[in-house]
Design a protein around this ligand. Structure first.
Ligand code: AVI
Length: 324
């Protein structure tokens, strides 16, 4: 199974078609997690981040709220800071760091990197309106295929943000490659801020990925709804159930869609008829949970020197700062 790695070149529809053929003709069946994030899926993910069970977002936010000045101070050391973010920046967490940078140096350049021009436009409009002193220079780029940054000006340090536990959706070898590509794009003295979710009590993990209101179930099932909308597939959403599993051996939460009955699903546009046995699953996502110290080891292997790690008092989430 590949994970979140974004589609290869070609239109999104072509990429979706090839991912669906590859994943649904495999045993076990799988679909890549990038398929979650159409407009409906992105809206559902925003709702997930506010759920009481989904501790990740609010825990990381609380760490950043307490530590933003310290992080910016360590990253900037002698020079002015330019902040790069992988992904188009969830408003309030990024805002904490940008505000700390503006307090320190009056103006700051913020470079969000994302494949979605509309997400970047929205981030630019919102951030420039809300935080005077921030100049947003968006970059449309798929950072999962290697990051390219212009050389920073003399006397300028870059701080790359990769927060939100996004790294957890990559297989460990893919995550290592991603960190190495970030390191390759940076100059010595630049830094990376990485947010990782930590291993914890199984019941807390399962609740975060199978909430009482059913928003995560809807998010998972939206993947099939998207295939119906965009490929004319014939999935009966009522015939599949959301399942979250804690795979302790791999230290990851897995999300699956379980066939509630024996059935055949037709996707005429792809000339596919997919048979499902009763209880057969489509594996849709992995979300790796790191052991304490694991992120720092991965950062070191990728060529960074870990500078500091901050966690909440229950040790649920870690934010690591490392220097290139
Ligand atoms: C985007 N990513 C960090 C989320 C996670 O927790 O792995 C995606 C998600 N899947 C289900 N809920 C949230």
């Amino acid at each position: 199974m590949t994970t979140i790695g974004l589609p290869r070149p070609g239109t999104i529809r072509e990429q979706m078609a090839s991912a669906v053929c590859e994943g649904l003709l495999s045993r076990p069946k799988w679909l890549p997690a990038w398929l979650f994030y159409d407009d409906a899926g992105s809206r559902l993910f925003s709702r997930i981040t506010e759920l009481p069970e989904y501790y990740l977002t609010r825990t990381e936010r609380a760490i950043l709220a307490t530590r933003a000045d310290e992080i910016v101070g360590l990253a900037a050391d002698i020079d002015a800071l330019r902040i790069v973010e992988l992904g188009a920046g969830s408003a309030d967490k990024t805002r904490l760091l940008l505000t700390a940078a503006v307090d320190r140096q009056d103006t700051v350049i913020y470079e969000p990197v994302d494949v979605s021009p509309s997400a970047l436009e929205e981030a630019q409009e919102r951030i420039e309106r809300e935080i005077p002193g921030v100049l947003v220079t968006p970059r449309v780029e798929d950072y999962t295929k290697g990051l390219e940054l212009d050389a920073a000006s003399l006397g300028e340090r870059r701080l790359v943000l990769y927060i939100g536990s996004s790294i957890g959706n990559f297989e460990l070898d893919e995550a290592g490659r991603l960190l190495r590509s970030v390191r390759a794009a940076l100059a010595p003295g630049d830094s990376l801020l990485l947010g990782v979710d930590l291993v914890k009590d199984r019941s807390a993990l399962l609740a975060a990925y199978d909430d009482a209101e059913g928003v995560t179930a809807e998010f998972n099932l939206n993947l099939l709804a998207r295939l119906n909308r965009e490929l004319g597939a014939g999935f009966d959403l009522g015939a599949f159930a959301h399942r979250a599993v804690w795979n302790a051996a791999y230290s990851r939460i897995e999300m699956h869609l379980v066939s509630r009955r024996r059935q055949q699903v037709k996707i005429p546009a792809l000339d596919l008829k997919i048979d499902f046995a009763f209880g057969e699953t489509i594996h849709t996502e992995n979300s790796y949970k790191y052991k304490p110290g694991q992120a720092e080891t991965m950062l070191t292997t990728a060529g960074f020197s870990p500078l500091a790690t901050w966690t909440d008092e229950d040790g649920r989430f870690a934010v690591c700062l490392a220097r290139a």
